[in-house]
Design a protein around this ligand. Sequence first.
Ligand SMILES: NC(=O)c1ccc[n+]([C@@H]2O[C@H](COP(=O)([O-])OP(=O)(O)OC[C@H]3O[C@@H](n4cnc5c(N)ncnc54)[C@H](OP(=O)(O)O)[C@@H]3O)[C@@H](O)[C@H]2O)c1
Length: 336
Amino acid sequence: MEFNYLGRSGLKISEVGLGAMTFGRESDEELSHRMLDAFVDKGGNFIDTADVYGPGTSEEVLGRWLSGRDREDLVVATKVRFPTGEGPNDVGLSRKHIIASVEGSLRRLGTDYVDLLQIHCWDRGTPIEETLSTLSRLVADGKVRYLGSSNLRGWQLQKYLDTARAIGVEGFVSHQPQYNLLARPTEWEVLAVCQAEGVGVVPWAPLRGGWLSGRYSRNMGGAPDGSRIKTAEDEGWSETWARYDTDHTWAIVDELRAVATELDAHPAQIAIRWVMQRPGVTAPILGASKMEQLEINLGAVDIEVGQDHMDRLTAASELDVPYPYDDFIESAQHGR
Ligand SMILES: NC(=O)c1ccc[n+]([C@@H]2O[C@H](COP(=O)([O-])OP(=O)(O)OC[C@H]3O[C@@H](n4cnc5c(N)ncnc54)[C@H](OP(=O)(O)O)[C@@H]3O)[C@@H](O)[C@H]2O)c1
């Protein structure tokens, strides 16, 4: 396992992270703890959860595992923004909710600090200065070590970074976007900001909920009960069969399978590797509902995908790039 600096910070995180979203849901506590053991045995140190996973259960399950570990060996990331209750102040990025959420996370995790606190999404109702000064205060108080963001548009991320500089408070060292072979628009603006600003990138859903694992085929007609893709319909998540059962998806899956066969690897490993090897990426966050899946996915750190194979996957997943991200603007920027 290799370690990368998280953005321009001095924090080193493993080249893949472990996502805790399934803990206490698809994977019970015993399995979740075994998955955490397998991850650290492989050399991983970066674990991602959120106040709303479970809700709360993911942090509790992780916290009970953490209590038997040397806390300093691990980089624990959590998030704040989505609703933790029914009340008007149980949501968002206000001073009141951020502090309440972090106190709750610390209690559930059984720790006195989190390494990385990420805002889960934009909050149009709260002044950026209020959010940033509160986050910065949590760092000064020793409850949080580093700050990051997730799910922002490019201009929103830039606005946070510029405002932090302007008012002299801590800015974000990392960003957590959805990024995978089926989410290339993330490159157009979000990754461009991250690269220009030296913000680390820790993508979620490297397998798009299983679509890029090689387990689904054109003729299946739908995903089996209990799978993430099936559950997505009931939960209102976006990785549904209806959305991704397209020629574009199947062309990517075909190429993943072909590259996997040529490299004697699993398609899931190739999909994860593609994310790991893309410019600016620090560490994708792995998801798994079963131990076998995690073992396969962790195998991504043991392989390498050469440039020819990377190019084939990149070409298969290319989209028609709209204005103002298209060639016309790109070439104007280069004086052509
Ligand atoms: N910031 C955010 O808004 C956000 C959003 C989502 C996730 N995240 C973070 O990112 C982490 C990973 O996200 P994700 O769970 O969506 O990742 P993902 O890797 O795209 O999807 C994981 C799911 O794919 C299936 N799968 C995984 N490995 C497989 C394999 N080898 N073979 C076949 N199927 C496989 C499993 O679903 P089945 O149940 O069908 O087996 C698994 O639960 C989360 O735990 C969380 O920490 C963040």
